[in-house]
Design a protein around this ligand. Sequence first.
Ligand SMILES: CCCCCCCC(=O)SCCNC(=O)CCNC(=O)[C@H](O)C(C)(C)COP(=O)(O)OP(=O)(O)OC[C@H]1O[C@@H](n2cnc3c(N)ncnc32)[C@H](O)[C@@H]1OP(=O)(O)O
Length: 202
Amino acid sequence: MSELINAREERGADISRGGPYYGELIEQVRGLMDRARLVSPTDELALDAIGILKQLNDKLDAAVVNEWSTPTWTRFDLPARGNITLPPFMIDHADSSGVDARLTFRNYHLGGNNAAHGGQVAVGFDDLLGMAAAMHAGSITRTASLTVDYRSVTPLNTELKVRAWAERQEGRKVFVRATLHDGDRLCAEAHGLFIVLKPGQA
Ligand SMILES: CCCCCCCC(=O)SCCNC(=O)CCNC(=O)[C@H](O)C(C)(C)COP(=O)(O)OP(=O)(O)OC[C@H]1O[C@@H](n2cnc3c(N)ncnc32)[C@H](O)[C@@H]1OP(=O)(O)O
């Protein structure tokens, strides 16, 4: 992991963005989302929480920046770079041959019956396949197509293993695959097409 951080730092990734408490701030937000997913509040508790959250949102407003200035582009030291929209993952290894990550779906990713929502599984695949495609191509890519096959139930609050890799590249087209395992059990697999963006392509 430290090798990955060093490599990213050499390429200009600033892991000090957001400061030393940013990771814990995001973890607290994830904890909030876990509770929000399962809470059934009394009126009193709901009103109390609304007041506190309004105050907090007003405070955070003062520190909102444009998307390119957010820490989530550079904080490779944090789970899912501190991006709260992603299932938290830690990268164990990433280079042009592929990406290995440990990923955990949380209560707020619940689909039903204590299993992860299928859309959340796709979100995890999308980001890690995007990383594998970009590292293979050495350039920014965008998802053109993503297919997920759900092979068995994906548990919550369990460290899962993701492997994502580029199978081949044809011009700007990077063909990728990924697997998601709980121990030896295959939970889901994905294949997709990522396109290398042209210079200046929006
Ligand atoms: C580390 C962080 C990782 C983050 C990863 C997150 C990734 C994302 O979520 S990106 C957001 C979701 N994706 C999008 O919004 C994409 C929307 N679509 C687009 O922007 C465009 O369609 C885009 C960029 C994919 C392709 O457009 P463009 O650059 O004009 O290329 P275009 O000429 O149409 O296609 C290039 C080639 O790909 C093929 N292709 C494009 N789309 C598809 C598709 N869906 N299926 C099959 N082939 C396709 C084309 O046929 C063409 O093939 P060939 O070169 O053989 O003729």
